[in-house]
Design a binder for this molecule. Sequence first.
Ligand code: ADP
Ligand code: MG
Length: 387
Amino acid sequence: MSKEPLVPRESGNVGAAPRPIESITPPLILEALKGGVLGQDDALRFVSVAIYKHTTGKVPGNILLIGNSGTGKTTIMNNIQRLYDETPEYVPFRAMALINANLLVDSDRMEFRPERLLAAVEQRARSVIGHPPTAAELKETMERATICVDEIDKMSSILAGKPNAIGVALQQGILTLMEGERIPIKTHVMVEGADTPATLEIDTKGMMFICGGAFEGLYDQVFSRVTNPGSGESLRSVAVRNADGQVTIEVRFSLADYFKIEDLFTYGMVPQFIARLDNTVLLADLGVESLKQILLSAYDSPFVRSRRYLAVMGIDLEIEDLAASIVSEQAEKHSRTGARALRTIFSKIINPIEFDPWSNGALEAGDNGRQRLVVTAAMVRRALGLG
Ligand SMILES: Nc1ncnc2c1ncn2[C@@H]1O[C@H](COP(=O)(O)OP(=O)(O)O)[C@@H](O)[C@H]1O
Ligand SMILES: [Mg+2]
């Protein structure tokens, strides 16, 4: 397997011959996705295989991503788009729509509205094609789309213990799309050089679907199922080594160990809908190490963003290793918001610096006439009011 990066970061390879699409293998796709999504390699392996199948014309295998808030569900979807956009061979697959589930239903009329999804796909398809398309061009590009439906759990068929008809309508609607449906769209296309109104039938059979949701309450639901005396299951114990090297036996509950597909039915997902998803993937909760990696290197981490921002002023932003560890430890304490907590915490440190980097006394002379600003552990402790 080639060691070349999948995504050429710079334009150095302009004119390079495109690779056969089959040679962009799941491990190469995984490498590219890992540039923007950290600590979720298991989930990304499923996604990589699905993308490989989709781009090589096989049935892609639709995916459901389940993960707590801030673990990277929306980030995964955005990075699939980035992969398509940055990989020249993926031009035919760039029509992608990322839409929140609630926008696909009309709650007054209790109806599924697939045309909203197709409108988003059409808009992307037109911009990918880049010129007024013919019917064939538009149809072909749209029929290869990747559809990401976010916040799918908000469309459960049970809400606060009551039946939720709109959720059922949505799940059945998406189910039909996944099975392959022909949906007429009213549009306009080029016919003999003239832009002409037309109705196209878009077949959804070849589209790839990725759904995501936090499924709040699923954790507690499964925990009580497992710990229910009549369940026949019991919590497993694990050996845990603490920072001093001592080993203790602890009983720990992790959703991944006990989760069954049937738990989603209890939660309120329609069994036929779940059956159309080939893989249900649980995202990991992000530990301190993953959070630190995200802070230091994810594309839209708050530190990386501030570094880009300060570079405009001729200032190179750096962060001490210990400072990054403290920020990540503090973020992990806010486990309900996952990696989102990095932003909340880091902004307390960086906001005054972004406003006025010159007068806080931390600027040093750097290379080539530039200046350097290092975020130190002391600065972090001070900003966060820690000891
Ligand atoms: N696994 C991850 N890798 C990189 N960044 C992440 C990851 N998880 C979350 N983030 C960052 O945290 C923020 C929220 O993540 P998001 O993907 O929107 O979470 P959610 O799982 O709730 O959809 C984003 O700014 C994103 O950059
Ligand atoms: Mg999200």
